[in-house]
Design a protein around this ligand. Structure first.
Ligand code: MTE
Ligand code: MO
Length: 200
């Protein structure tokens, strides 16, 4: 028998495995996952509206968004279809900055997109530096297929919570499941707890 030698050609993990949540694998590309067609969204007419159960409504134009404090940061993203992409670079405005001066009267939020997609979250998953409306990916304007001109980014939860072509937040009187939450996905979607489906 030929002795087995561990040579320098041996396979080594190319990433720190502790950064990959359970049941996920490392993906170098950036897959596009959309239920339906890519809507055409123009920054000239883009608005972002905050409303529902609040003390007042707010509406931001693209110029308003750009005038708010911009944050550039690097995070890992985790799609429920099992891919994890490490070290993605984004620029955008925190949800904290968008909510500045608004007093929510409910802790339940529906995130709405151009094209009709919705997802929902408790307010606590959107605040304290956990979520952004981003318009730039790795230094370039966000491509339409990935949600450009602007998408929500909630990197600590599975990527279906990161609504592409985002157009606003609505505070609802109680929890209202969004598109995937109505179709079998978990209410919250923490990748480190593998909260994929209703039964998890
Ligand atoms: N508006 C909208 N946002 C969406 C989706 C969608 O179908 N429509 N799909 C979600 C899902 S399931 C995932 S995994 C990510 C995919 O984002 P990507 O296409 O940039 O990889 O977007 C999320 N946001
Ligand atoms: Mo997804």
């Amino acid at each position: 028998m030929t002795p087995i030698t561990r040579g320098f050609r041996g396979r080594r993990p190319d990433v720190d495995p502790s950064r990959i949540p359970p049941g996920q694998h490392h993906e170098r590309g950036f897959p596009v996952l959309t239920a339906g067609p890519t809507p055409k969204v123009d920054t000239a007419t883009w608005t972002f509206e905050i409303g529902g159960r609040t003390d007042r409504d707010a509406i931001f134009t693209w110029q308003d968004l750009m005038a708010l404090p911009q944050e550039t940061f690097t995070v890992d993203i985790h799609c429920v279809t099992t891919w994890t992409k490490l070290d993605t670079g984004w620029t955008g405005v925190s949800v904290d900055a968008l909510l500045d001066g608004i007093s929510p009267r409910s802790e339940w939020v529906t995130i709405r997109s151009y094209g009709g997609y919705t997802t929902n979250l408790p307010l606590a998953d959107l605040t304290d530096g956990k979520a952004w409306v981003v318009h730039t990916f790795d230094g370039e304007p966000l491509e339409p297929a990935h949600g450009g001109p602007a998408r929500l980014l909630v990197p600590h939860l599975y990527f279906w919570k990161s609504a592409k072509w985002v157009r606003g937040l609505t505070f609802t009187p109680s929890e209202e499941p969004g598109f995937w939450e109505e179709n079998g996905y978990h209410r919250r979607g923490d990748p480190w707890r593998e909260q994929r489906y209703w039964s998890d």
